[in-house]
Design a protein around this ligand. Structure first.
Ligand code: SF4
Length: 368
């Protein structure tokens, strides 16, 4: 059973140290981090690590680092608190409701932008599904819901079924998205649980359903991961990918280019490449400067066919989703709102003078 895989995951410093052959001083650093932020690495994902490479990109995403104790950065970089309208229901963009359905993940990613809550507290979660359903029902402008967390596919099957049952009944809803990194970090949740696929089979003809996942490195696209994705694809459920641009993981045009190619080869549509947010304990470790990021993304897109070229390099700013289009002239970056909290600014185009180290559009950099 897949639940055994979760129980047997690596969840403490000593077992990770033993599995990776780490020296005691490294294990001690992990111990310190684990006192503040949870760790969980399924054996499947740990096996993807190249233990002989001290800079292994897979290890960077799952093994705690002392940098996580840095106080630099913020825990709510895109204004999630101010967009929360009901317990666990965010409504930032007119058409979209986002539901924080769980704080559980199969793996706790070290770059997570919700590290303030995943594996820690349920304070921000939607505990009353009926309240979320009423909110969506009473806002006819909402046409889609994103069920996320945490990892929405770590919810028990009966809860997933209830979300599908409730939201497929609402006439204002065109589509339902499930946000999950399970196909990447623990595909056995899907491949070893036929009931889960049966549930999605029951509802996939009632409304459009999308699975939104997060592959960040080509080595994550294993046979098992592709099999899990294919089980959704076989139901007609489109699988889309949101990559986070991460320093030392995929901040190389060849690696990012190969990731996009592998995604399209496996019928996963590359959707967004997100600028890593200035999250406390994450920003200095994983953020790539914007001027560098746009060059990496452009070079990677240059290696793609038309489907791969459709990916957009974006950032989730408190004001909305901003597309990072390119450098107009030296140091002057062109941006475009792709979504905005304020409808009159929905498609606004603007430029910002950046220096080489700028990794985010801070309030001081944003134009009036
Ligand atoms: S699976 Fe998603 S929510 Fe969970 S830790 Fe990873 S990035 Fe964060």
């Amino acid at each position: 059973m897949w639940t055994d895989g979760i129980k047997n995951s690596f969840q403490d410093a000593d077992s990770i140290g033993r599995a990776l052959g780490l020296p005691e001083d490294e294990v001690e650093k992990i111990r310190e981090v684990v006192e503040h932020f949870p760790v969980r690495i399924p054996e499947y994902y740990l096996d993807l690590i190249d233990k002989d490479d001290p800079d292994d990109p897979i290890a960077k995403m799952c093994v705690p680092s002392e940098y996580e104790l840095s106080q630099d950065g913020s825990f709510d970089t895109s204004g999630e608190e101010s967009n929360t309208k009901e317990e666990g229901v965010q409504h930032k963009y007119k058409q979209t409701a986002l539901i924080l359905s769980t704080n559980v993940c199969a793996m706790y990613c070290r770059h997570c932008f919700r590290r303030r809550m995943v594996g820690l507290t349920d304070a921000e979660l939607n505990k009353q599904m009926s309240a979320a359903v009423s909110y969506v029902k009473s806002h006819p402008e909402i046409t889609n819901v994103l069920i996320t967390g945490g990892d929405s596919l770590m919810l028990p099957n009966h809860i997933i079924r209830s979300y599908l049952e409730e939201f497929t009944k609402l006439p204002n809803i065109d589509l339902i998205r499930f946000g999950s990194r399970v196909p990447v970090s623990f595909p056995q949740r899907i491949t070893e649980d036929p009931e889960l696929i049966d549930i999605f089979r029951e509802y996939c003809d009632k409304k459009a359903i999308y699975l939104v996942t997060q592959f960040n490195h080509p080595r994550e696209l294993t046979e098992e991961a592709v099999k899990a994705v294919r089980m959704f694809r076989d139901l007609g459920i489109q699988v889309r990918n949101q990559t986070v641009l991460l320093k030392g993981v995929n901040s190389d045009p060849e690696v990012l280019g190969e990731l996009l190619r592998s995604l399209t080869r496996n019928e996963i549509v590359p959707y967004y490449i997100f600028q890593c947010r200035p999250v406390r304990g994450v920003k200095g470790r994983f953020q790539v400067p914007l001027l560098e990021g746009v060059k990496i993304v452009d070079a990677a897109k240059g290696m793609q066919n038309g489907i791969g070229k459709g990916v957009r390099y974006c950032m989730s700013h408190p004001l909305g989703k901003i597309e990072i289009i390119g450098e107009l002239e030296e140091g002057k970056m062109l941006f475009k709102f792709h979504q905005n909290k304020y409808p009159e600014d929905r498609s606004r185009i603007f430029t910002v003078d950046l220096d080489k180290s700028s990794t985010w559009l801070t309030d001081e950099l944003m134009p009036e």
